[in-house]
Write a protein that binds this ligand. Structure first.
Ligand code: UDP
Ligand code: MG
Length: 328
């Protein structure tokens, strides 16, 4: 008997792409079922992340017309990562295997077959990795590739060019549910869990319709969040800079002293001004980085729920699951 697949698709204002995404996923599910790769009671779960358009209404209609579609309605916009997490945690006890995929059809649906084959070969996690970024704009490619490289330097072990298109078995989902941190960065946490894993490669398409929900500001905060959630390297860097600056200043003091003795002490106003600005800047930056971590600690200490499931529509007993899963 084939395993039960639950796909998690986060949706934030995706009314333009949802009908097409649903159509293509339905076709895919049909071929997967016919090929005996997934069971007949497999589902596609659209997670409505507090959309302001008709997204939730479309999900409800899809569910009413075809039981293969399920939906989770979050009480408010919780962000891409938390929307995925809400879906994964909600289905961890009812599926055998999950796949997360964006709603905009940028990830190649045809990679799902290969992911499932790798799963049946014994892999608990299968990462979807982009082979090229031809369809991205130069700016997106530059910032995104810079992001992965910078993350590595900063000590967060992420898989290069892998976003959130991945297969996770229910075994691993149960472990993932134990990671209670509020500042969740899935791309960093999933590799940390371990288990046998592998990657499959696919070409990323252009967004089918609608606009990116990740403008530059959101992308930057995502990167900062990723780094500060995973690594204390920036703090160590500050310490190192502190040491270097102290060493330089000892040299500067000696130099100033010599200049004084030689009687040329008038000049040097500009170098003083420069160093004041430089050191001031470094201090503020250092404080900012430390503040960033303190902010993280603050959020963790409060232990607020990461998402709230308002409703889970699924024809196999979703209601009680929704109650159980109004999770932290
Ligand atoms: N998304 C979400 N909540 C948000 C922002 C985005 O659930 O607050 C979803 C969005 O609907 C999409 C996925 O996350 O399915 C990725 O967003 P998008 O395609 O806009 O990002 P990009 O591919 O441009 O990085
Ligand atoms: Mg996208």
């Amino acid at each position: 008997m084939a395993d039960k697949l639950y796909m998690i698709v986060p949706c934030f204002n995706e009314e333009e792409v949802l009908p097409e995404t649903a159509k293509r996923l339905k076709e895919k599910y049909k071929t997967l079922m016919d090929a005996g790769l997934i069971s007949d009671d497999s589902r596609v779960v659209f997670v409505n992340d507090g959309s302001r358009d008709n997204t939730w209404r479309i999900i409800q209609e899809l569910h009413n017309t075809d039981p293969v579609f399920s939906g989770i309605d979050l009480a408010h916009n919780s962000g891409h990562q938390n929307a995925i997490l809400a879906g994964l945690i909600s289905v961890k006890d009812i599926c055998d295997v999950s796949i997360t995929m964006d709603a905009d059809l940028q990830d190649d649906i045809n990679t799902i077959d290969e992911m499932l084959i790798k799963y049946y070969e014994g892999n608990q996690i299968v990462y979807g990795v982009r082979s090229t970024r031809k369809t991205d704009t130069f700016f997106k490619r530059f910032t995104a590739e810079g992001f992965y490289k910078f993350m590595k330097i900063m000590g967060a072990d992420v898989i290069y060019n892998h976003a959130d298109f991945r297969l996770i078995s229910s075994r691993v989902l149960k472990e993932l549910a134990e990671y209670k941190e509020v500042n969740l960065f899935l791309r960093g946490i999933v590799p940390l869990i371990g288990f046998k894993s592998c990657s499959v490669y696919y070409e990323r398409h252009e967004r089918f319709a609608g606009k990116s929900k990740y403008p530059l500001g959101k992308m930057l905060s995502f990167a900062i969040n990723g780094i500060t959630s995973f690594s204390t390297k920036p703090l160590k860097l500050i310490t190192a800079i502190g040491f270097i600056m102290s060493a330089i200043s000892i040299g500067a003091i000696i130099w100033a002293f010599i200049v004084k003795i030689l009687g040329h002490s008038e000049y040097g106003w500009s170098s003083t001004m420069c160093s004041i600005w430089l050191i001031g800047g470094i201090q503020i930056l250092a404080l900012g980085i430390i503040g960033e971590y303190i902010g993280k600690i603050y959020a963790e200490v409060k232990q607020r729920p990461r998402f709230i499931v308002a409703e889970f529509i699924n024809d196999t007993g979703g209601k009680d699951i929704a109650e159980k899963n109004t999770e932290k």
